[in-house]
Ligand binder design. Structure first.
Ligand code: 173
Length: 323
């Protein structure tokens, strides 16, 4: 059948209208944080969201819902998986209830920029898509090793008789050092210290002042181990629903966020100095003991990863390790 000129013109107008309508369609993504709203991670996220919304008018917006009061820390992963929220800032240790692999991200020893080039980022996304119904979008914290903080002095890497607050990040390593471990979200650390439920806790080099833990902390054990991973994750169907323009805009802003990660190196140095000023003493081991301590941290964690998810651990390990 031949279309009349009028019909053709009418169809063209209709098509243009649809295209314009699609382009004009602004979407808003709901984002929660698994970390406290007054902490350093949300402090870093907030200006990024402001810029995102200022530059993304008519394309894409982010609505920051809040921290653990909105969705409890250990529920955030499932909220993203099921689409209760579109996006979250979290760390993998908080959503091992979605998939055990989430906690493997602490084992990366190369920058995220490198992970995007060497296939690590794609390998992560394959697992996050398939097992988590999530897209792994960007890593916004790097160069923040974890430490043991305690109120009891130790003179060797042995936590026998100590009760230590953990998340999955530290479990296998601290148990291998004979600690008694108690899992809590960050929001319960202060009270646990105050009541003597724990003698210490695991946490990265930065951020202990955010919830006033310095008041209840006497020692930090050096060296640090692993690298704190805090990232933006997104519900996969919500991600797939974005238009090409929206996805390109999101990607541009995510790369801009990662480009700010140089911040963390100075922050680590500043926070170390601040701890010292607050009277927190560094417990240090000799060089050989320090090396054995860090080596053991990685050995124990990779062994645990291999046990929990052998194929993924084998795929990730060469991609996460320095050449
Ligand atoms: O709560 C934690 O100690 C934890 O697992 C973590 C992970 C990344 C950044 C900060 C804390």
């Amino acid at each position: 059948m031949r279309l009349t000129t009028i019909r053709k013109a009418a169809l063209a107008v209709l098509a243009m209208g649809l295209a314009a309508g699609a382009a004009a369609q602004e979407a808003t993504l709901r984002l929660v944080s698994a970390f406290a709203e007054n902490g350093i991670y949300v402090q870093r996220l907030q200006p990024w969201i402001n810029k995102f919304n200022a530059e993304g008018k008519g394309v894409l917006q982010i609505n920051f819902i809040g921290g653990p009061k909105a969705i409890p820390t250990f529920e955030v992963g499932n909220a993203v998986k099921t689409g209760v929220v579109d996006m979250a800032m979290s760390t993998g240790a908080f959503y091992t209830n979605v998939m055990p692999e989430s906690d493997f991200l602490k084992l990366t020893q190369i920058p995220v920029a490198e992970q995007r080039k060497n296939g690590a980022f794609d390998a992560i996304n394959k697992v996050w898509n398939e097992k988590g119904n999530m897209q792994y979008l960007a890593r916004m914290v790097e160069n923040q090793p974890f430490h043991i903080y305690t109120n009891k002095k130790i003179d060797k890497p042995d936590l026998t008789g100590l009760k230590i607050r953990i998340t999955p990040v530290y479990r296998d390593f601290f148990q291998s050092l004979n600690a008694n471990v108690i899992t809590t979200p960050p929001g319960e650390v202060y009270t646990a210290l105050e009541r003597g439920v724990v003698d210490g806790y695991g946490w990265p080099i930065g951020g202990i002042f955010d919830l006033n833990w310095q008041e209840k902390t006497k020692y930090r054990v050096d060296p640090g181990f692993y690298d704190a991973e805090v990232s933006i994750i997104m519900n996969l169907p919500a991600y797939n629903k974005l238009s090409q323009a929206q996805r390109a805009y999101l990607q541009k802003q995510l790369l801009a966020l990662e480009a700010e990660n140089g911040f963390w190196t100075k922050y680590a140095a500043d926070e170390t100095a601040r701890q010292e000023k607050a009277g927190i003493q560094a417990i240090k081991f000799d060089a050989a003991t320090s090396k054995a301590f860090v080596d053991k941290a990685y050995e124990v964690a990779w062994a645990s990863a291999a046990k929990q998810s052998p194929e993924v651990a084998a795929r990730f390990k060469p991609l996460f390790s320095p050449k």
